[in-house]
Ligand binder design. Structure first.
Ligand code: CA
Length: 374
């Protein structure tokens, strides 16, 4: 059965053809009405070098843009229209629907390849944009999204129809670059400046819900010593949430990673407020500083940055934020016991349950003597 898992080595003509043919045959079998066979799990992927898996969720234009961006290594913005769009502009560079029925897809370094023969069809791509282009029904019964991708080099642009290449049963769909136009000169197309200005990060915070008292943010200064997160998480999970806020609304962020420190990114995405990018961390260790990096950040004003970082020191119990837990921290928590949790004392609610009580005092007490390097 088809697996969308990434492979790094170029595949041979033979293996790819065999794979495509096998998928096609399987699809025909499954398309027969009355077939009782169903697939256990949904699986969506983009064919490329290597292919990209969307997992069990069918991609929208944002997910497709992120996937193509990850494979091309070039920023892909989402748009609603493309001026002078024409995927069939003659002579077309590629068409999967005609002889020799090859499959095309993205490859790192701004390249589109004929994946059957591992040959670059378009090179030198420096930027791209994509729009949603309606749906169609594949032969496995899926309603499948289509997209139009515009890729540009420094002098010309191509339009690409991104369409399902094959399916291997319901909810198992593989997209590819189905048709690629001939190049056209960039003259009548607005070209962003070749070196876009960087995006502007306004703030970074560590956000936690304090029960019914609501969410409170520990500020993570962008310069100077890292902010200190003193609140304890669920003992086993080490969950923290970093909220990055930018001056402009975001178009895309390629990825969020842990650059240094102990912890991992559980998930991330543009927030309900599109000025924000939210990174949910897990397994974050205490007594350390973690640096979270956003890669390939692009905003709606055309600003772009290859990397945006935020640093957070984690020291549970350090309510005074001086890098060590001492009797002064215990004293401060004790002084707030019974008080309503507000923006002025939320640090003292160490288990962020919305109450400052003996549990919080004991958390500070239990961490006395710990420190984090400043
Ligand atoms: Ca508490």
């Amino acid at each position: 059965m088809f697996s969308p898992a990434s492979t790094t080595s170029p595949r041979t003509v033979k293996s790819r053809l065999a794979r495509q043919f096998g998928l096609y045959c399987l699809s025909l079998v499954l398309a027969i009405p009355g077939s009782a066979q169903t697939f256990q799990t949904a699986s969506y992927a983009l064919d490329g070098d290597p292919s990209f898996s969307f997992g069990a969720t069918a991609p929208d234009e944002f997910a497709m843009a992120a996937a193509i961006q990850a494979r091309l290594g070039v920023a892909v913005s989402v748009v609603t229209s493309l001026p002078n769009e024409n995927v069939g502009f003659a002579p077309v560079m590629a068409n999967s629907g005609t002889t020799p029925f090859h499959v095309y897809g993205p490859s790192f370094g701004g390249v589109i390849k004929d994946l059957n023969i591992n040959y670059p069809v378009v090179t030198g791509i420096t930027q791209a944009s994509i729009r949603f282009a309606g749906t169609e029904l594949d032969f496995c019964g899926d309603v499948v999204d289509r997209f139009i991708l515009r890729v540009s080099t420094t002098t010309q642009f191509y339009d690409v129809l991104v369409r399902y290449a094959t399916c291997s049963g319901p909810a198992n769909v593989l997209w590819s670059f189905y048709e690629i136009s001939a190049p056209r000169p960039l003259l009548d197309v607005v070209t962003p400046s070749p070196t876009p200005k960087p995006v502007r990060l306004v703030s970074a915070v560590s956000r936690k819900m304090h029960g019914a008292a609501g969410p409170f943010d520990v500020n993570l200064p962008l310069l100077g010593p890292p902010g200190i997160e003193c609140r304890r998480t669920n003992v086993t999970s080490g969950d923290y949430t970093i909220v990055f806020t930018f001056s402009e609304t975001l178009n895309s962020v390629s990825d969020a990673i842990v650059l240094s420190g102990i912890g991992r990114v559980r998930d991330s995405g543009i927030g309900a407020d599109p000025h924000q990018y939210i990174v949910n961390l897990a397994n974050v260790a205490n007594d350390q500083t973690i640096v979270v990096r956003l890669e390939f950040v692009q905003d709606s004003e055309g600003h772009a940055s290859p990397a945006v970082d935020a640093s957070m020191s984690v020291l549970i119990g350090d309510v005074t934020a001086n890098g060590k837990v001492t009797s002064a921290d215990v004293k401060q928590v004790k002084a707030q016991v019974g008080h309503v949790v507000t923006m002025f004392n939320f640090r003292d609610d160490l288990n962020h349950d919305g109450f400052i009580d003996s549990f919080d005092v004991s958390i500070a007490q239990n961490h006395k003597g710990t420190a984090v390097a400043r």
